[in-house]
Write a protein that binds this ligand. Structure first.
Ligand code: ZN
Length: 185
């Protein structure tokens, strides 16, 4: 059965049994924290447990690599909304060792996309409209450097309220151990 069908089926029972009652909270993060982390499946439960984040404690934003690459993209917007509209006051960027974005090169992915219908003409068109496709698909060399870079983009952001602490950490996807890369004063 396709995953979505089993999800929908499970969901009926979940709601019928009122299992949601175990998760009641508000949209405001109890610990006034925003976490930017990676979508890696090993972190789904491990990261919140290892950081003692319960339901309702933090705004958790995820993407591939926990990378903030655009000052005016949707990740930074989410952080700004969390700070101004949702009472968050502190930010932690949490990368992880063994990340799929480490050493990711654009060419093999592009080759796969060409086999799935992408054309070189389309890529030329995308680039002509001001996007650098290879840069967009490129990962990072070193997760700690990448975390530092994202932390610096956030710290220098003109919308960031003065004095907002922004930290950089790297988590182990095996043990959950945190390495502090850059802790705000
Ligand atoms: Zn990752």
């Amino acid at each position: 059965m396709p995953t979505i069908d089993s999800i929908i089926e499970f969901n009926r029972t979940f709601v019928e049994n009122k299992e949601y009652e175990n998760y009641e909270t508000s949209k405001f993060p109890n610990k006034k924290l925003v976490v930017l982390t990676c979508m890696d499946t090993r972190l789904s439960e491990l990261l919140p447990r290892a950081m003692n984040l319960q339901q309702g404690d933090a705004k958790i934003i995820k993407n591939a690599g926990a990378v903030l690459s655009h000052s005016y993209g949707s990740i930074m917007r989410s952080i700004i909304v969390a700070l101004y509209e949702l009472q968050a006051e502190e930010i932690a960027v949490v990368g992880h060792y063994g990340c799929g974005m480490t050493g990711l090169e654009p060419e093999p992915l592009l080759e796969k996309a060409y086999k799935n219908g992408l054309t070189e003409e389309k890529v030329a068109e995308i680039e002509a409209s001001g996007n650098n496709v290879r840069q967009w698909l490129k990962g990072f060399e070193n997760v700690e450097d990448s975390v530092r870079q994202s932390v610096n983009i956030i710290r220098r952001h003109p919308f960031l309220p003065a004095g907002t602490p922004v930290h950089g950490l790297v988590i182990s996807p095996e043990t959950g151990a945190l390495t502090v890369v850059d802790k705000a004063e």
